[in-house]
Design a protein around this ligand. Structure first.
Ligand code: PMV
Length: 313
């Protein structure tokens, strides 16, 4: 049996929009921080010489949607064939964070699956493990954002280049304000396609590239406020693409707006505050210096309609 685990990640410069062709080639660069506490565990076991591969949930973990498990197994089978490996396998997986929390799990799932699969293939075929960068590129074909889970705490992904990025910031903690969306979700795959109909999509690649240059500079200089300003602009840019697509769609819950307003007021009042970002969902991620975690946690917990989850990089 082969096992692996991988963390999720949260992007400050967002991967949004992909080239046609089905290989998850992003139209723009992105940058993320790994979330070490939000992990997927994967186990792979050979169950026979032939027959289909199958999936089972790891004990004591939340069930996944049937559509995501099919995509998961298909990705494994494709990889297995590509690598010239025969036999039927059982893949068991589970997250250590609740799947109803709206925290992206495809990044950690596909990264852990790719790692465990290559462990299995290498040992079955007695060949060395590919490099982390090669595995990350392969994982990207299953779920784009998963390639950033291979490098931490900060990772940049641009075209075929994926790697760690220097940071002069103190260690950060991600406090996630989790709320109930209570509406029909648009999957990130649909979002990648639908944003291209927005009139704001023109110029999007240039804007993301410019922010990418600026944020990598600000990160290496340890310039917290600049990182926060760029992340704030990027959050509104991506969500504006959603809001102006044809037809428009949106993820915000009423509490999303309240907590963003809280963040804006906090910065105005104190001249400091968290780095805020939002994925394709209603939850708001606040990256805060580890030393100030309790202060921010208390502030967030005093706001109605949300609960707070926490992960270190
Ligand atoms: O990897 P996907 O296809 O689930 O896309 C992720 C898209 C965002 O989470 C919205 C942004 C990002 O860069 O992670």
């Amino acid at each position: 049996m082969w096992k692996a685990s991988a963390p999720s990640n949260i992007a400050l410069i967002k991967y949004m929009g992909k080239e046609s062709g089905g290989e998850n080639v992003a139209v723009n660069p992105s940058l993320s921080m790994t979330l070490d506490a939000f992990r997927t565990q994967v186990e792979i076991e050979k169950i026979g010489e032939e027959g289909p591969d199958r999936w089972r949930q790891l004990a004591n973990t939340d069930p996944l949607r049937a559509s995501s498990t099919t995509r998961f197994v298909n990705f494994f089978t494709k990889l297995k064939i590509e690598q010239g490996i025969s036999g039927a396998f059982e893949i068991r997986s589970g997250n250590n964070f609740p799947s109803d929390a709206g925290l992206a799990s495809s990044a950690s799932s596909f990264a852990a699956l790719t790692l465990a699969a290559y462990e299995a293939f290498s040992s079955l075929a007695s060949r060395p493990l590919p490099s982390k960068a090669e595995m990350a590129l392969k994982s990207r074909t299953g779920s784009g954002s998963s390639c950033r889970s291979f490098f931490g705490p900060w990772c940049a992904w641009e075209g075929k280049s994926i790697g760690a990025v220097e940071s002069g910031l103190p260690p950060l903690v991600d406090l996630v304000a989790v709320m109930d969306g209570g509406f029909k979700k648009v999957s990130s795959s649909d979002a990648h396609r639908r944003v291209q109909s927005s009139p704001l999509f023109e110029g999007r690649v240039d804007r993301a590239q410019k922010r990418m240059r600026e944020i990598t500079g600000a990160l290496s200089e340890g310039h917290f406020q600049k990182v926060a300003e760029i992340s704030w602009a990027e959050l509104w840019d991506m969500h504006s693409l959603f809001h102006t697509a044809e037809p428009p769609f949106f993820y915000f819950a009423p509490e999303t707006i309240s907590v963003l307003r809280w963040c804006e007021n906090f910065w105005e009042k104190n001249g400091r505050g968290p780095i805020a970002t939002i994925d394709a969902g209603p939850n708001v991620h606040f990256l805060v210096p580890e030393s100030a975690t309790e202060e921010y946690r208390r502030e967030l917990e005093s706001l109605p309609g949300l609960r707070v989850m926490e992960s270190r990089a």
